[in-house]
Design a protein around this ligand. Structure first.
Ligand code: PLP
Length: 384
């Protein structure tokens, strides 16, 4: 078949993951940590699960096909994947990170910046000029996150990765909130795409994991040796669950994006809501860029509420369908208060600089019926 296949077809068939030994439609969960040598000098295909494992390989092949990379590596968490990228750097190198970013990534860069590297934080959604202005002779990595968590700001991946290529620094993007279906950063020129697969890829709030995908075989080799050395690999059972999740990703994510768009439009009219942060809204500052760079606008919607700083707590405690919890991307809708939850490890100054204010609520829209989610938000906003 020569015609480019649709995303649901690609999700189901990516990586050719049938079990070759048994014909199993799904691969086996190979829990074995080690594999037998037929004789002392005869290495088996898999030697030791930290280095490779058939179930993890199947998941990596599938995601790699969706990302359009040469290699994808799966790690035990999104943070372990991000940390492997920092392991590529030399002490004293300069990193340009995003001012708008998941709190854990900010914290990872901040601690790395205390002694190991120099780190600058830039409002990357303001365009490549803002990144260029922070450039130093020792800049070796530009870390991006788009859409950003929780404010859904968009960074121009083609422009920033072009700048990195011109100036000889690695470009890496945390594309978790975009999902592999809405954005393919490697095709836009990024060196590394990172996902917390804990979110949309596994999709059921029952797996912790992360991935890095790359185009350049040399870079793949360097990341492989970091992972073999440091060992934060995705376990076989989690690899299986992630692969199972990936097969339904298009169905789930399209529904979630649709729910988010409806919620964002509806709440824009609400008297208790001061601002809705969602790149699918025409008045979002990077709406045109999002339309160009993404296929869909994501399933996170953040709200700045009117009223005092206790309004978010009153809203969260009144919600019935949305569960108050960390994380995002699963089939169930979640709600969180970034200053005390996902972004609590950011300093207050960094949160303020990013625009993560005390009146902010983050919604992760699940696959429930949009009318029910909207009704729940309306009854809870009544209490806010
Ligand atoms: C955008 C983003 N990147 C990275 C992470 C970290 O991933 P993990 O929790 O799988 O380590 C998160 C977690 O919330 C996230 O939202």
């Amino acid at each position: 078949m020569s015609k480019k296949q649709g995303n649901s077809t690609r999700c189901v068939h990516a990586g050719d993951t049938h079990d070759a030994a048994t014909g199993g439609v799904m691969p086996a969960i190979h829990q074995s940590s080690t594999f037998a040598y037929p004789a002392m000098r005869e290495q088996p295909e898999h030697i030791y699960t930290r280095i490779s494992n058939p179930t993890r390989d199947a998941f990596e092949r599938a995601l790699n096909e969706l990302e359009g990379g040469t290699r994808t590596f799966a790690f035990s968490s999104g943070q372990a994947a991000s940390n492997a990228v920092l392991e590529l750097l030399e002490p004293g190198d300069h990193v340009i990170g995003p001012a708008n970013v998941y709190g854990g990534s900010f914290n990872l860069l901040r601690v790395a910046g205390e002694g190991r590297f120099e780190v600058s934080y830039v409002h990357q959604d303001q365009g490549p000029d803002a990144v260029q202005a922070a450039w130093r002779t020792n800049t070796r990595l530009v870390w991006m996150e788009t859409p950003s968590n929780p404010l859904m700001r968009i960074t121009d991946l083609k422009a920033v990765s072009g700048l990195c290529a011109e100036r000889g620094a690695l470009s890496c993007v945390d594309s978790t909130l975009a999902t592999p279906l809405a954005t393919q950063p490697l095709s836009l020129g990024c060196d590394i795409t990172m996902h917390s697969i804990t979110k949309y890829i596994a999709g059921h709030s029952d797996v912790l994991g992360g991935t890095l995908s790359v185009s350049d075989p040399d870079l793949a080799g360097r990341l492989k040796s970091v992972r073999d050395r440091t060992g934060g690999v995705l376990a076989p059972l989690d690899s299986y669950l992630a692969l199972r999740g990936l097969k339904t990703m298009d169905l789930r994510v399209r529904r979630q994006f649709g729910n988010a768009a409806r919620i964002a439009r509806d709440l824009r009219q609400h008297e208790k809501v001061a601002q809705v942060c969602y790149a699918g809204l025409e008045d979002h500052p990077q709406h045109e860029l999002a339309k160009r760079q993404m296929d869909g606008f994501g399933a996170v919607v953040s709200l700045h509420l009117h009223g005092d700083e206790a309004a978010p707590e009153r809203l969260l405690n009144a919600l019935e369908l949305f569960t108050i919890a960390e994380s995002l991307g699963g089939v169930e809708s979640l709600a969180g208060y970034p200053p005390l939850m996902s972004h609590s490890t950011m300093t207050r100054e960094a949160r303020e600089a990013a625009g993560i204010t005390g009146n902010l609520v983050r919604l992760s829209c699940g696959i429930e019926d949009a009318d029910d989610l909207i009704a729940d938000l309306h009854q809870a906003l009544h209490h806010a």
